[in-house]
Design a protein around this ligand. Structure first.
Ligand code: COA
Length: 321
């Protein structure tokens, strides 16, 4: 038994902040941001919240899959930016969707979050404990950003993506998933949860990043994980139609493609429109590729995520819808 994605959905706020808007907040320019990151604009929450975006993306994925919310066994929300610590976002989504039977919990693996949540769903489906799981990545990163730090505020955006994963007979691919907590200081965000946060200087509460360190980590570890997942499943690079990477930075995606020796056309991107939406980036891109019919039944794709933790991983999916 394995899992199959049978519907996708996404939601992004209407409110847009382009590079020129950012240049009014910090010393930077549209040209610098485009050249170093590929990001042109990002969508930022207005009245939305992480939960409301998660619920809307989840609802759209259920509609796409033609699955009734009452038939969902589990809701998994991957997020680092939930509205509150308790209750978890997944339980709030359950209430909005009316998915009464579902067991619900959140998962925090930062920008690898959607992949790790999808892997968790696969394990429940393969064991026979669940038949239908709604996996969602949703982020309001604008709440975690220090809008005075030009090293981070240029990169991130808000949004949500979701996939309905159902149990099915089929090939059970091995996964590649890794963490290195010893390098965790490269990307941190204490938020308002740590002891003594009230006394912390304001800038210390928000996201902090060693940009170069994270860049080097990503361009080394992501190709490694993709090679690993292909090898353990006895596949070759040529067997893959599309490589769907976490949308952090155009230069990272280009460097990964180059290291793998694969043409860049096989690495779809939408980071120019949304920036880095952490655990929402892969499911938003999947949803766009499905709706624009770039993804077709019979395609074999690789998903690869990387980010804070540090954590990273890659999956292989036979696309069937
Ligand atoms: N606008 C203009 N100048 C900027 C700037 C900005 N937004 N941010 C940094 N600079 C300046 C620096 O101060 C530095 O100036 P100096 O040479 O006078 O000291 C120069 O640009 C180069 O800085 P550096 O940090 O080396 O730039 P970079 O090429 O590494 O680009 C990032 C910075 C953040 C874009 C890049 O490191 C990156 O994308 N890293 C990965 C981050 C990421 O994806 N994180 C999430 C992973 S899930």
């Amino acid at each position: 038994m394995t899992g199959m994605i049978c519907g996708t959905g996404s939601y992004v706020p209407d409110n847009i902040l382009d590079n020129h808007d950012i240049a009014k907040l910090v010393e930077t320019s549209d040209e610098w941001i485009r050249e170093r990151t590929g990001v042109v604009k990002r969508h930022i929450i207005g009245n939305e919240t992480t939960v409301s975006m998660a619920a809307e993306a989840g609802k759209r994925a259920l509609e796409d899959a033609k699955v009734d919310a009452k038939d969902v066994d589990m809701i998994l929300v991957s997020t680092i930016s939930s509205d509150v610590i308790l209750p978890c976002a997944a339980c709030k989504v359950q209430k909005i969707l009316g998915a009464e039977r579902a067991v619900c919990f959140d998962l925090n693996a930062a920008c690898s979050g959607f992949i790790f949540a999808y892997n968790t769903a696969l394990a429940y489906l393969a064991s026979g404990m669940c038949r239908t799981i709604l996996v969602i990545g949703s982020e309001s990163l604008s709440n975690l950003i220090n809008w005075k730090d030009r090293g981070t505020c240029i990169l991130f955006g808000d949004g949500a993506g979701a996939a309905v994963v159902k149990a099915c007979e089929g090939k059970n691919y091995q996964i590649a998933a890794h963490s290195d907590g010893a390098k965790g200081e490269a990307l941190t965000c204490p938020g308002g949860h740590v002891k003594g946060w009230q006394q912390m200087p304001e800038e210390d509460r928000y996201m902090k990043m060693d940009g170069r360190g994270v860049f080097q980590f990503a361009v080394k570890r992501v190709p490694e994980a993709i090679r690993e997942v292909l090898e353990i499943n006895r596949l070759k690079i040529a067997d893959i139609d599309y490589f769907i990477l976490h949308q952090a930075n155009r230069r990272i995606v280009e460097a990964v493609a180059k290291r793998l020796g694969v043409e860049i056309e096989k690495f779809p991107m939408n980071l120019q429109e949304y920036g880095n939406t952490s655990s929402a980036s892969i499911p938003i891109l999947l949803d766009e590729l499905r709706r624009s019919r770039v993804l077709q039944p019979g395609h074999r794709i690789v998903l690869a995520g990387f980010g804070a933790g540090l954590s990273w991983g890659a999956d292989i999916i036979d696309w069937k819808i």
